[in-house]
Design a protein around this ligand. Structure first.
Ligand code: MCN
Ligand code: MO
Length: 743
C-alpha cells in the first residue's frame, strides 16, 4: 500500500536540479511584451503619444486600449460560479486603461518588440499626458463617496449585504457582558517563486496559450468569452507552475493584452512579469472588523455582531467576491454561537486590485473568531483552552449546521482540542515561558483553533488509461503547482489498481488533453481530484475483469483481482496476469482500456489546534521559535506532503503576523520591491512539529481526505499574535505587529 506512506515526490528531480519548464523556459520564437504603467494612483488620461517609442529599433507595435478594443467582445468579469453578479456593482475590466487610471502601476499601453531590452527602452519613450485626480486610499474615505472611482457606478461601495444567522437580538438580551472588538488584516502580497507569465500564439485562427495558472480550463473559457472565439479553438497549457497560492486563479488585463496583441500581429507574443509587476499583480487581504460580542460570565459566547469592511482595490477581480461573501459565513468557526449578524461591505480604492491568497476568506474569518475567543478569555479571566472547550460544537451534534446554514460534515472538535493540547505540550510550554519571563526573557506561548471549509465541489474530472503494456496514464482535473498532489494521486491509483507506482504517470493542465477540470485551489485536490482518479481506476478494473472473463471463459461475476492477477474465484489456478489482460484489451475485440469520469462532491471541514512560541528581543523584533500543529485532515494520503503544507503555510503565517505589509501612502504610491516588503526567509522560519490525528474523521469524497493546503496560514496568524501577547502582556488588534507596536 502507498496511501499513508511518505512516498517521495515523483517529479522532484527536475525541480531540484533546475530542469523544470516554467512559462519563461518555453522555447518558441516569440516577440516580447512590456507595459507602460501609470505613475499616478488616480488620473485622467488626456493623450498618449507613441511616436518616439515606435522609432526604437526592434519595436514592432505599441498598442493602447483603442487599438485593442475592436478585438475585445467583453471585459474581465467576476467568478459567477461563486457570486451572484446582481449583488455586485462593477464594470467589466478592460485590458488596458482607457480614459482613466485608477491605481499606480495600472497598464496604459503594451509595447511589443524583438527582445526585452528594446521593449524596456521603448516603454520610457511613450508619452502619456495625465490630469491628476485625488487619491482614495483609505477604505473609510472611499465609503464617503466624495471622490468616485468608477463614475458610472455612482458609488465606491461595490457590495453591501447584511448576513444574519440565528437569533442575535436574543443573544445580546441574554448577555452578562458585551465586549467590543476591532480586528484588522493589512494588505499582503503572496510571493510565488515564479512570477506571472504567458506566451500566446495565434495561427490559423487558433490560439495556443502557455500560461502560469491554476485554472487552465476556466482560463480557456474566459478567453473564449472575452475574444468571442470558440473555446475549441483555444488551447491553454499550464507548464510547470512555480507556486501560486491562490493568486493565479485571477486573470490579468496584461494577459488579455498579450493575447490581443498576438491575434493582432498574427505572431507569438510573450510576457513574464518582473518581480515588481508580480507584486502588483496579486495583492491580497486587507479588511477590518469592528463589532461586539455578547457573553455569559461562564465564558459562553452567545452572539457576535459588527461591520466588516473589505478593500477591493481599484477593480473587482475574478476572485475578490469570495472575501466579503464568505468571511461572515465562516466567522462562527467551530463554535456553537446563537446569533451572528455581520454587515459586510466592499469598497473600491485607488490601489492595486485585491485577489485571493492562501485561505482566501477563511484566514480572515479565523483571525476574527480566534481573536474574539482570546479577547473574551482575557476579559473574563479565563484560560484560552477553557473558553474554547466551553464553546466548541460537541461530537454528538455532528453533522452540525452553523447559523448561516453551512453543514460541518464530520469531526470531534473537543477531543482534538484535549489531545492536541497534550500532544503539543501547551501547558508545559506556558509554564516554561513563565519561568523564563521571570529571568527577563520576553518569551510567550499562544494557541488557536480553526475549522475551515475545503475540498470544494461541485465536481472534478479523472481519467485512467491502461496501455497495451499495462502501464498507466492518469489524466487529472487537478492542477498542482507546487503541492506535490500528483504524487498523492499516483499513490491512490497505485493502491486501487494494486500495481507498482513506478508504472504510473500523472498529467494535468492542458485543455486539449484533459477533458474537463475545475483546478487546484481551496485545498480540494486530495479530496476531489484524487477521488475522481480513484473512481476512474475502479471503473478500469471492472473493464479489465470483463476482458479477463473472456480470456478465462468465465462469467465476469466469477473474476476477482488481486495484486496483478485476475483469477476465477471458483478455481484459483485459472488466472491471467495484469499485463496479459492489458495486451488483450487492445489486440482483442476491445476498444482499449480507459475510463473517464466526472465525480460530483461537496465541501468538507478540516480542523485543528496550533501552538507557537515567540520571543521578542531588546529592539522589539519578534521571532517565532517553534510552531506546532495538530490537525484532523481526514485520511492522510502522504504525511510528508501534508506536513510540508503545514510548514509552508506556517512560514507565511509568520510573515503575515509579524513582517509582511503592502504599504500604500496617501498618494497611492506603493511597495513593489522586497526592500520594503519583508518576507520571511529560512532565518525567520520556526522549528516545526506537525501531527495528524490517529483516528481521522473522513470526508465524503472517496479518498476520505480533507484539505490541508491552507490550514497553517488560516490559523497561524492568530496563534502567533496570541504568543506575542503572552510574551509582552499587550493586546494586538492588527497584523502585522511591528516593533513599534511592541515597544
Ligand atoms: N494531502 C494529503 N492528505 C490529505 C490532504 C492533503 O496527503 N488528507 C497532501 C496532498 O497530497 C497535497 C497537499 O497535501 O500534496 C495539499 O493537498 P490539498 O489540501 O488537497 O490542497 P491542493 O492540492 O488542492 O492544493 C491547493 C492549496 C492551496 S488552495 C494553496 S493557496 C496553496 C497550497 O495548496 N498554494 C500552494 N499549497 C501550496 N504549496 C505550494 N508549494 N505552492 C502553492 O502555490
Ligand atoms: Mo488557495
Amino acid at each position: 500500500r502507498y496511501v499513508g506512506q511518505a512516498v517521495k515526490r515523483l517529479y522532484d528531480d527536475k525541480f531540484v536540479t533546475g530542469k523544470s519548464t516554467y512559462v519563461d523556459d518555453i522555447q518558441i520564437s516569440a516577440l516580447y511584451a512590456g507595459f507602460v504603467r501609470s505613475p499616478y494612483s488616480h488620473a485622467k488620461i488626456k493623450s498618449i503619444d507613441v511616436t518616439d517609442a515606435l522609432k526604437v529599433p526592434g519595436i514592432v507595435a505599441v498598442y493602447t486600449y483603442k487599438d485593442l478594443a475592436p478585438l475585445i467582445k467583453d471585459g474581465i468579469r467576476i467568478w459567477t460560479t461563486y457570486e451572484d453578479p446582481r449583488m455586485w456593482k462593477f464594470v467589466p475590466r478592460k485590458p488596458l486603461a482607457d480614459d482613466k487610471v485608477r491605481f499606480a502601476g495600472e497598464p496604459v499601453a503594451i509595447v511589443v518588440g524583438v527582445n526585452k531590452y528594446v521593449v524596456r527602452d521603448a516603454i520610457d519613450k511613450v508619452n502619456v499626458d495625465y490630469e491628476k485626480l485625488p487619491s482614495v486610499v483609505k477604505m473609510e474615505e472611499a465609503l464617503e463617496d466624495k471622490v468616485i472611482i468608477h463614475e458610472e457606478l455612482k458609488t465606491n461601495v461595490a457590495f453591501d449585504q447584511t448576513f444574519n444567522g440565528g437569533n442575535v437580538e436574543e443573544a445580546f438580551k441574554q448577555a452578562d457582558k458585551v465586549i467590543p472588538v476591532e480586528i484588522t488584516n493589512n494588505r499582503l502580497i503572496p510571493s510565488p517563486m515564479e512570477p506571472r507569465g504567458i506566451v500566446s500564439r495565434y495561427e490559423g485562427g487558433t490560439l495556443t496559450i502557455w500560461y502560469s495558472t491554476q485554472v487552465p480550463h476556466l482560463a480557456r473559457n474566459e478567453f473564449a468569452r472575452i475574444f468571442g472565439i470558440p473555446a475549441s479553438k483555444i488551447r491553454v497549457i499550464m507548464p510547470d507552475v512555480g507556486g501560486a497560492f491562490g493568486s493565479k486563479v485571477n486573470f490579468m488585463p496584461e494577459e488579455v493584452s498579450v493575447i490581443a496583441s498576438s491575434i493582432k500581429l498574427g505572431r507569438a507574443v510573450r510576457w513574464t512579469a518582473t518581480r515588481s509587476e508580480e507584486m502588483l499583480a496579486s495583492e491580497a487581504r486587507h479588511n477590518t472588523f469592528k463589532g461586539e460580542v455578547a457573553v455569559k460570565n461562564d465564558g459562553t459566547v452567545l452572539g457576535i455582531r459588527g461591520d466588516l469592511l473589505v478593500d477591493l482595490g481599484a477593480y473587482l477581480t475574478l476572485t475578490a467576491p469570495l472575501q466579503p461573501a464568505i468571511i461572515p459565513l465562516m466567522v462562527p468557526g467551530p463554535y456553537k454561537i446563537k446569533g451572528v449578524s455581520i454587515r459586510s461591505r466592499a469598497v473600491y480604492t485607488t490601489t492595486p486590485p485585491i485577489t485571493m491568497y492562501r485561505g482566501a476568506s477563511r484566514p480572515e474569518a479565523t483571525f476574527i473568531i480566534e481573536r474574539i475567543m482570546s479577547i473574551v478569555a482575557d476579559e473574563l479571566k479565563l484560560d484560552d483552552v477553557t473558553i474554547r472547550e466551553k464553546n466548541l460544537v460537541r461530537a454528538n451534534e455532528m453533522p452540525y449546521t452553523n447559523p448561516f446554514g453551512l453543514k460541518y460534515d464530520s469531526g470531534d472538535y473537543l477531543a482534538l482540542l484535549k489531545d492536541g493540547i497534550q500532544k503539543l505540550q501547551y501547558y508545559e510550554l506556558k509554564k516554561w515561558a513563565e519561568e523564563e519571563r521571570k529571568k527577563g526573557r520576553k518569551v510567550g506561548v499562544g494557541m488557536a483553533y480553526y475549522l475551515e471549509i475545503s475540498g470544494f465541489g461541485p465536481w472534478e474530472f479523472g481519467e485512467i488509461r491502461v496501455d497495451e503494456n499495462g502501464d498507466v496514464l492518469v489524466i487529472t482535473g487537478g492542477t498542482p503547482h507546487g503541492q506535490g498532489t500528483e504524487t498523492a494521486i499516483a499513490q491512490v491509483v497505485a493502491d486501487t489498481l494494486q500495481i507498482d507506482i513506478n508504472r504510473i504517470k500523472v498529467i494535468w493542465g492542458d485543455t486539449e488533453t484533459v477533458v474537463a477540470s475545475m483546478g487546484t485551489y481551496g485545498s480540494r485536490t486530495a479530496a476531489a481530484a484524487a477521488s475522481a482518479a480513484m473512481v476512474a481506476s475502479k471503473e478500469v478494473l471492472e473493464k479489465m475483469k470483463r476482458i479477463a472473463a473472456r480470456l478465462l471463459n468465465a462469467d465476469v461475476e466469477e473474476i476477482e483481482y488481486e495484486s496483478g492477477e485476475f483469477y476465477n474465484k471458483k478455481d484459483k489456478s485459472k488466472k491471467v496476469s495484469w499485463n496479459d489482460v492489458a495486451r488483450n484489451g487492445y489486440y482483442g475485440k476491445e476498444l482499449g482500456i480507459s475510463a473517464q469520469i466526472i465525480l460530483p462532491g461537496d465541501v468538507t471541514f478540516p480542523y485543528g489546534v496550533h501552538v507557537a512560541v515567540v520571543e521578542v528581543n531588546d529592539y522589539g523584533i519578534p521571532r517565532v521559535l517553534t510552531y506546532k500543529a495538530y490537525d484532523d485532515i481526514g485520511n492522510v494520503i502522504n504525511p510528508a506532503l501534508a506536513e510540508g503544507q503545514i510548514h509552508g503555510g506556517a512560514v507565511q503565517a509568520v510573515g503575515q503576523a509579524l513582517y509582511e505589509e503592502a504599504i500604500i501612502n496617501e498618494d497611492g504610491q506603493l511597495t513593489v520591491t522586497y526592500a520594503d516588503y519583508f518576507i520571511p526567509t529560512a532565518v525567520e522560519a520556526p522549528k516545526f512539529e506537525s501531527y495528524f490525528v490517529e483516528k481521522p474523521h473522513t470526508s465524503a469524497w472517496p479518498t476520505g481526505a480533507k484539505g490541508v493546503g491552507e490550514a497553517a496560514l488560516i490559523v497561524g496568524p492568530a496563534v502567533i499574535i496570541r504568543a506575542l501577547e503572552d510574551a509582552t502582556g499587550k493586546r494586538f488588534t492588527k497584523t502585522p505587529v511591528r516593533p513599534e507596536d511592541i515597544l
